[in-house]
Design a protein around this ligand. Structure first.
Ligand SMILES: N[C@@H](CCC(=O)N[C@@H](CS)C(=O)NCC(=O)O)C(=O)O
Length: 291
């Protein structure tokens, strides 16, 4: 049964590990379209009398809000730690822009969690502001009885790992903990990033560095932060130099920002890999958010 709450419509709800895996939809003013997001309420949220930490999870290219909730098995760990988990979609939906479905690494399901500056993308492709302002505020308001606004972390995969890192570095203090699986660490220096930034931001490279974690970390002046980066050594996108975690590690070391890089022998880019290590990432976030 569908229920209405504020600007939210509940699309589905399934019990899992004692909690509720839900999907909501809402009209986004930033993106000017209807968007889905997932929300996991752990068993500790029942009754609504205790404020819990939150983790945002950002998915990669070709994903919707469904991939992570159906494939990663994260709910076991969110239930153990008592953490609420939110998973936004990866681009505006149902907006027809010429060329938006021509390739899997640009346009639909490839929003790169940035605010486009170039026509015709700049009207709708505002995933940076959507995530870090609109959805962030909506969650604080709609779930104020269970969300602790001072204990919010973020993680992501691939394009979503890039999103988690730049969201944290661009908005100091907004996310207290950050980790990433196979993130696109240096988009200004890899084919995926160059294509996306050319398309969304235009030719002005000064705009590109504002959305590149390896560049942003060199200027980071916010609260102390440790970056947890996970990478499968057999990931073909890592081997093809789309991800470049070593560039981020080098930048972190040059400015003294603590960074952990876990290279996982034999693992690829898939959710088989993510589900193998998602528990470790929840432990990492819980240690910071529940300190
Ligand atoms: N379509 C691409 C792969 C895209 C891909 O691996 N996407 C990752 C994120 S970058 C993902 O999470 N895919 C969805 C899934 O595995 O469920 C290809 O054929 O090479």
């Amino acid at each position: 049964m569908k229920t209405k709450m504020e600007n939210l419509e509940q699309v589905s709800s399934n019990k899992i590990f004692g909690g509720q895996q839900r999907v909501y939809s809402h009209e986004s003013s930033e993106l000017k379209c209807k968007m889905n997001f997932s929300l996991y309420l752990p068993p500790q949220a029942e009754g609504g009398d205790v404020k819990l930490p939150v983790i945002y999870y950002l998915s990669g290219l070709t994903c919707t809000e469904q991939n992570f909730i159906t494939k990663s098995g994260f709910q076991r760990y969110a239930a153990e730690h008592g953490i609420i988990v939110i998973g936004p979609d990866t681009s505006p939906r149902g907006v027809k822009i010429d060329g938006d479905d021509e390739s899997w690494d640009f346009g639909v399901s490839a929003g790169f969690y940035l605010d486009a500056a170039k026509e015709p993308w700049s009207k709708n492709y505002r995933m940076g502001s959507y995530l870090n302002t609109e959805l962030y505020d909506l969650i604080l308001k709609a779930f104020s009885n269970v969300v602790d606004p001072d204990r919010i972390g973020i993680m992501g995969h691939s394009m979503g790992g890039h999103g988690a890192l730049v969201s944290t570095l661009r908005n100091p203090g907004q996310y207290k903990s950050v980790s990433a699986f196979a993130p696109i660490c240096n988009p200004t220096a890899c084919p995926w990033g160059v294509k996306a930034f050319n398309g969304y931001l235009g030719e002005d490279k000064a705009k590109w560095v504002e959305w590149d974690a390896t560049e942003l970390v060199k200027k980071y002046e916010g609260p102390p932060l440790t970056l947890l980066i996970d990478q499968g050594a057999a990931d073909k996108f890592y081997i093809e130099k789309q991800l470049l975690p070593e560039n981020l590690v080098e930048a972190c070391r040059s400015v003294g920002v603590p960074v952990i890089l876990n290279l996982r022998e034999g693992y690829d880019h898939s959710y088989y890999y993510i589900s193998s290590f998602i528990g470790e990432h929840f432990d990492f976030h819980a240690k910071i958010l529940k300190a």
